[in-house]
Design a protein around this ligand. Structure first.
Ligand SMILES: C[S@@+](CC[C@H](N)C(=O)[O-])C[C@H]1O[C@@H](n2cnc3c(N)ncnc32)[C@H](O)[C@@H]1O
Length: 262
């Protein structure tokens, strides 16, 4: 594989993102919406995407600011809010999350859902994104983010087998989407070049569409995250391995961080 040419095409991703996120990890959306409901106040979301979390948060009456560098993703979000009634405000900022700077510096809750910190493929820029979080937090604010756990089994699996991400049924169009992935981990650079495939079948079971989409992650081990939090002036207050609040252990698929300013 030519790593240099293996990049994410957000225009193609934007058109299919919501299908993939129908198959998001169980409990993730509820976990973030519960935090938003519980912790209250203003919300800053880094990597807001198509508004999966930001739109319901604004509908709940929260004032939300979403930062994202992808114009196609933000366009998708804007189209969705055309006919939605929101009790709160939703402000969108087109910027890199490791560089953005807002006038408001006292958000009550900052979130980086859906492994987005790992989509930054450079360690120093991952730290910079955490520093940007700290810079925009009120003194008693909370930062919540989740990453996938790069367990030994996962990163050393060289079976080359495609794995099932999920099956999403579009009842209206009578289409079934089968989502799968093919990982290629490089443990030297801590990167994963993943090809995610979406195969769409009509009601007769005939294949009507097939798309391959690239995703590049720079994965982080828990110790890396602790080091980065320290560099960003943040401290870990809770650490889960599942969105139901299960404490982390090596077998968990997720690493879920709840942090405050030091
Ligand atoms: C996995 S999606 C998550 C979207 C949304 N938070 C959710 O949970 O549905 C990641 C989003 O982060 C954005 N993104 C990735 N790297 C970024 C960066 N360096 N700066 C800003 N946005 C970035 C992508 O454009 C994409 O919309």
């Amino acid at each position: 594989m030519d790593a240099a040419s293996f990049t994410m095409d957000y225009t193609r991703w934007a058109a299919r993102y919501d299908i993939f996120y129908e198959a998001a990890p169980e409990g993730e959306l509820e976990f973030y919406l519960n935090a938003i409901g519980r912790d209250g106040g203003s919300v800053l979301e880094l990597g807001v995407g198509t508004g999966r979390i930001a739109i319901p948060a604004a509908m709940m009456g929260r004032d939300v600011t979403g930062v994202d560098l992808s114009r196609p993703m933000l366009e998708c979000l804007r189209q969705k809010i055309g006919d939605v009634s929101m009790a709160g405000n939703l402000e969108l900022v087109e910027s890199d999350i490791s560089e953005f700077e807002l006038q408001k510096r006292d958000f009550d809750l900052v979130i980086i859902p859906a492994h987005t910190l790992a989509l930054i493929t450079d360690a120093s820029r991952q730290v910079a994104a955490l520093k940007r979080c700290a810079m925009h937090m009120a003194p008693d604010a909370v930062l919540i983010f989740n990453l996938f756990n790069p367990s030994d089994d996962l990163i050393n699996d060289d079976s080359g087998e495609r794995f099932l991400l999920g099956v999403v049924v579009d009842e209206d169009r009578e289409v079934r989407h089968v989502l799968s992935g093919d990982n290629d981990f490089d443990t030297e650079t801590q990167t994963n070049h993943c090809v995610q495939t979406i195969e769409s079948f009509d009601r007769h079971g005939d294949l009507i569409d097939r798309e391959e989409l690239n995703v590049v992650f720079r994965y982080l081990h828990h110790d890396d995250v602790l080091e980065m939090l320290d560099q960003a002036g943040l401290e870990l207050v809770e650490f889960f391995g599942d969105f139901d609040g299960t404490p982390f252990d090596d077998d968990c698929e997720e690493m879920i961080y709840i942090c405050r300013l030091e």
